[in-house]
Design a protein around this ligand. Sequence first.
Ligand code: C2E
Ligand code: MG
Ligand code: MG
Ligand code: MG
Length: 282
Amino acid sequence: KAKDQGRNAFQFYTTDMNIAVERRLAIEREIRQALRFGQFVLYYQPFVDFSSGKIVGAEALLRWNHPERGLVSPGEFIPVAEESGLIVPLGRWVLKTACFQARAIQKALQRDFTVSVNISARQLSEPDFLQLLEACLRESGLAPSSLELEVTESTLMEDVSRVIPMLEQLRQKGCGLAIDDFGTGYSSLSYLKRLPINSLKVDRSFVQDLPDDEEDKAITSLVVAMAKSLHYKVIVEGVESPEQHAFLTTCGCHLGQGYFYSRPVPLDQFMRLVQADARMSQ
Ligand code: C2E
Ligand code: MG
Ligand code: MG
Ligand code: MG
């Protein structure tokens, strides 16, 4: 009897697994098609300077304009893209598109403007990543200093000894490098000192309960003070309320990003936003 149950349980398990595998394969197939048919788009979310209140840059965030499911968030397909290796061609498309669009924003504004692009661990370990980066900059005419690459804390800590030399080469090219989602991984402070980064993005989870939560207040103030004394630029993610904005301003953060300023929006809408922002401060 126990044997029967065991067998049934096993059958149930394999069917479940088959469904999961099938689903993943279907998504992989769909991602390949989406790349071919141009269904991916970049949305932009502004970085706002706390001292001037002006938009100084933006993060490019990937969206999938799915013919049936509508706009799909990266959380739903980036993990599959990473596991399958499809993140490599997808990331290539993101980097190239972001460089060209950043250059277009600069031309429209007639001033410097920084665009930030998320890079996954898998992309960084591609032997030709540096060549890809150079090609994207050269073809688009974007200055390396106008491009910032965001790498999550967990990506950095995965293989520190191999990642550091790679990051050093990127920095030598003149690109900015940011640690994304800071505070959610396991980076030790001794590594932080060694990393050739120039910005640090404080994770949204620390901002969520500000300014009421005393512990989060203490943590954010401390992280900001530490980052500043290490001469990193501090960007705070997930600013949603005027109270959070006010608290973070007193903390001395450099840049804020969040729904309080704007949600991520398509390029044409972002252009209007940034142009209106530029006019307002003239
Ligand atoms: P991330 O790089 O930490 O990006 C910030 C995420 O927080 C974005 O989610 C953004 O829409 C969201 N966000 C911004 N402000 C607020 C706020 O005030 N409140 C709340 N609740 N959320 C806010 P999104 O666009 O869904 O992206 C999720 C993650 O997917 C990104 O996290 C990033 O890790 C990844 N991702 C996005 N685009 C790319 C890409 O082109 N390549 C790679 N490798 N990963 C990407
Ligand atoms: Mg990011
Ligand atoms: Mg982040
Ligand atoms: Mg995040």
